[in-house]
Design a protein around this ligand. Structure first.
Ligand code: SF4
Length: 217
């Protein structure tokens, strides 16, 4: 993954643990709302008609750690699909997520970013986007902020863009130490409209939901 020093690795392991604690906290708090969701395996509507899949650089590193264990052919194919996804997104096309397989399953389900975890819907999306509880949205925003705080020297944005930034070895090695300069990566940050956490809200998001009822019944 390019995290060369022992302290980098330790930092990453610690932060990764905290990221998953936040995911678990969110699942616990949102359970009364999500229990009313109509979502089912194989639907994947929110992964097919996607404007943007938001992720932080720390989440990107966790995903990279998984996919770098894939065999060479799978990695080559993944890189091709990610490249296509970046082109679609740059051309403002609503594209299928690069990680959705032909059986409509997520290839990185165990490490999918928070922007995917917070999605559910109270009615079938049918191309019109999700309907969610306001409280679940507020909880999601709080966790999103905390994820950003865990990655204070990172960036956020659409997942395939974040993974492309993380291909820059110089960035990857300096990121957890906070020793990179925006000026050195200005071209890629501007092209992908990434949000630098040293000021600004989290980047790319799925399509905005419609709000459903306030309290779970
Ligand atoms: S990362 Fe997985 S869950 Fe998220 S949009 Fe892509 S396929 Fe869907």
């Amino acid at each position: 993954m390019g995290l060369k020093s022992a302290s980098d690795k330790l930092d990453f392991i610690e932060k990764k643990k905290l990221v998953f604690q936040l995911y678990e906290e969110y699942e616990r708090l949102v359970r009364p709302y999500k229990s009313q969701a109509v979502c089912e395996k194989g639907c994947a509507s929110c992964c097919i008609d996607v404007g943007s899949v938001g992720a932080t650089t720390l989440e990107g590193l966790i995903i990279l750690e998984l996919i770098q264990g894939w065999d060479r052919q799978a990695l080559k194919e993944m890189n091709r699909v990610l490249r296509e996804n970046r082109n679609d997104k740059l051309n403002q096309v609503f594209a299928r997520c690069a990680f959705l397989d032909q059986e409509q399953s997520c290839r990185i389900y165990a490490v999918r970013p928070f922007s995917c975890r917070r999605l559910y819907s109270l009615r079938k999306c049918d191309g019109q986007g999700a309907v969610v509880h306001r409280q679940a949205v507020a909880l999601g925003q709080k966790i999103e902020k905390e994820l950003q705080n865990l990655d204070p020297d990172g960036c956020s944005g659409h997942l395939s863009f974040i993974l492309h930034l993380l291909e820059e070895e110089l960035f990857r090695r300096a990121h957890l130490k906070g020793s990179w300069k925006v000026v050195d990566f200005r071209e890629i940050i501007e092209r992908y409209e990434l949000v630098v956490h040293r000021g600004g809200p989290i980047g790319g998001k799925h399509r905005e939901p419609t709000f459903g009822p306030g309290e779970p019944e």
